[in-house]
Design a protein. Structure first.
Length: 319
């Protein structure tokens, strides 16, 4: 296939580019480097099966030649207000990537009669009142809250994707991605995995906001990419959760990172500084992924974190 991947220089997008190229597909990568990192794709320079186009997806997209599949992964994704790459710092760009970017990429897929896959998110469930979260759950999200620029952009993206599927009979897929981690995350990303690993490698105490009993379910990037590829090749048009159902509290997660990095500085709890709209529990129900895709995660937390820590060590040595 000849595949268009937006957000190609991002954490997930760059891994997708590699995965597709390794399987013999050709890739057109699109990114404007607002949050993407050119270093994530520099190794693809000179690859005859990879074409890079610097472009903002919120503007009209023209791709020369035939396109067989479109994967829309362009968007800021970090909720951290202190990060220049987080969506609180890029609210308008985030909404445009989710709304205009989805519309424009759907237009490319329609023009080429191509298969379309939307990168959605577990954030569409908001602060969930159902646990674990099934794809049938409609969510509990604040439309004007701290996270709304990301949540509502993705909820709109899902709605317009299904509209194109039902009205234009476009061959669409929707993946709801739960917390994913691994190499190529930005060191200054602002999300919990880079924050904790950086603090631990610098032998600093790990900062946990709130009580620390809020939970997440962390999926290693290679498992996620494998699930996305299986979804792309499937005939499933309804949303599919892809994530690791192993639930862990943020406090336990911090303790595990300190253990793996041999950081003896401990943890600082900032109970009065819970991030706004921070979901208290997050765990995917992956029954549909197991049944439809024959997929479930293979990499356990210790193995995935060890690989990620090694990557961050290497990146810190270059600074």
């Amino acid at each position: 296939m000849r595949i268009l991947i937006t957000g190609a220089a991002g954490f997930l997008g760059s891994h997708l580019c590699d995965y597709m190229l390794e399987r013999g597909h050709s890739v057109i990568g699109l990114d404007n480097f607002v949050t993407g990192n050119p270093n994530n794709i520099v190794h693809l320079a000179g690859n005859s099966n990879f074409l890079f186009i610097k472009h903002d997806v919120s503007n009209f997209i023209f791709v020369p030649g035939k396109v067989d599949a479109v994967l829309h992964f362009a968007s800021p994704a970090s909720p951290n207000p202190g990060s220049p790459f987080g969506y609180p710092s890029l609210p308008i760009q985030t909404m445009k990537a989710g709304a205009l970017g989805t519309h424009n990429t759907l237009g490319v897929a329609k023009a080429h009669n191509a298969r379309y896959l939307l990168a959605s998110t577990s954030e569409i469930y908001g602060d969930p009142q159902e646990h674990p979260q099934k794809e049938t759950y409609w969510g509990h999200a604040d439309p004007i809250g701290f996270r709304s620029v990301y949540d509502e952009a993705k909820r709109f993206a899902e709605a317009i994707t299904m509209a194109y599927h039902r009205f234009h009979h476009l061959d669409t897929r929707i993946v709801r991605i739960f917390n994913t981690y691994g190499p190529r995350m930005r060191l200054d990303d602002g999300r919990v995995v880079p924050n904790f690993i950086l603090q631990s490698l610098k032998k600093e105490p790990l900062t946990v906001f709130g009580s620390g009993d809020q939970t997440r379910s962390f999926c290693y990037v290679s498992d996620l990419i494998d699930g996305i590829y299986k979804l792309l090749l499937s005939d499933e048009h309804m949303p599919v959760n892809i994530g690791n159902p192993q639930e862990i509290s943020i406090l336990q997660f911090a303790e595990e990172i300190n253990r793996l990095t041999r950081n003896s500085q401990g943890i600082i709890l900032k109970k009065d500084k819970r991030l706004g709209d921070d979901p208290q529990r997050r765990q995917p129900d992956i029954t549909r992924a197991k049944a439809v895709l024959n997929w479930e995660p293979k990499v356990d937390l210790v193995e995935g974190l060890s690989k990620t820590i090694e990557y961050f060590k290497h990146e810190l040595e270059k600074e």
